[in-house]
Design a protein around this ligand. Sequence first.
Ligand SMILES: N[C@@H](CCC(=O)N[C@@H](CS)C(=O)NCC(=O)O)C(=O)O
Length: 207
Amino acid sequence: MYVLHWSRGCGSFAPHAALNEAGASYQLVEVDLDSNQEYTEEFLAINPRAQVPVLTLPDGTTMTESVAMMMHIADCHPESRLMPDVGQTDRAIAYRWLVFSAVNLYEAGCRIADTHHYSAKKSDYEGIRAKARHDLDQYWEMVAEAIGDGPYLLGHRYSVVDICLLMIAQWHPEPDALVERYPNLGKLCDAVKNRPAIDTIWNLNFP
Ligand SMILES: N[C@@H](CCC(=O)N[C@@H](CS)C(=O)NCC(=O)O)C(=O)O
């Protein structure tokens, strides 16, 4: 059984959704970031970086990095078809946008939500956040172009990339304006949200 250390509305949504899609057995352990539970001795022993999510695999190995978790879950449950087959061009495209999401979209979101990681001086925060917002505009423009006619990033083929995009779109400072600007992204988000595996955890994460 997997164990997922999670927190509401955060990066744990992605592996949580992937576990549901895969029909895997898992246990949830909530980490309340509002009360700084990520800094407890117990949690730091699991992840010294003091961040959620953390996924413990059935063999007891722990891993961080939400996108890597989704890739691994997809690999372990090929029948759920969460990723195109190894060697297919669509798989390469999925890798590209998963990594793009992690290093650009997610990272810019962290600059806005966890600005304290980027400067010790509070007077820097405004500038850091303004630059992150500017970067986000550029990144989402690229994603929208890649989605094209959709409905998913890989056309008619659903994958964990779509879960990732749905989650990160919720963190945008103005999520409604974002999907208004990019109706194809809005369509993708609606399609993913309506999947039974996602619908069951939606309100828990994004009430
Ligand atoms: N690269 C990590 C980032 C994890 C991350 O930034 N988690 C946030 C919540 S979404 C967190 O734990 N923030 C608390 C903090 O950094 O203090 C991933 O993709 O899983």
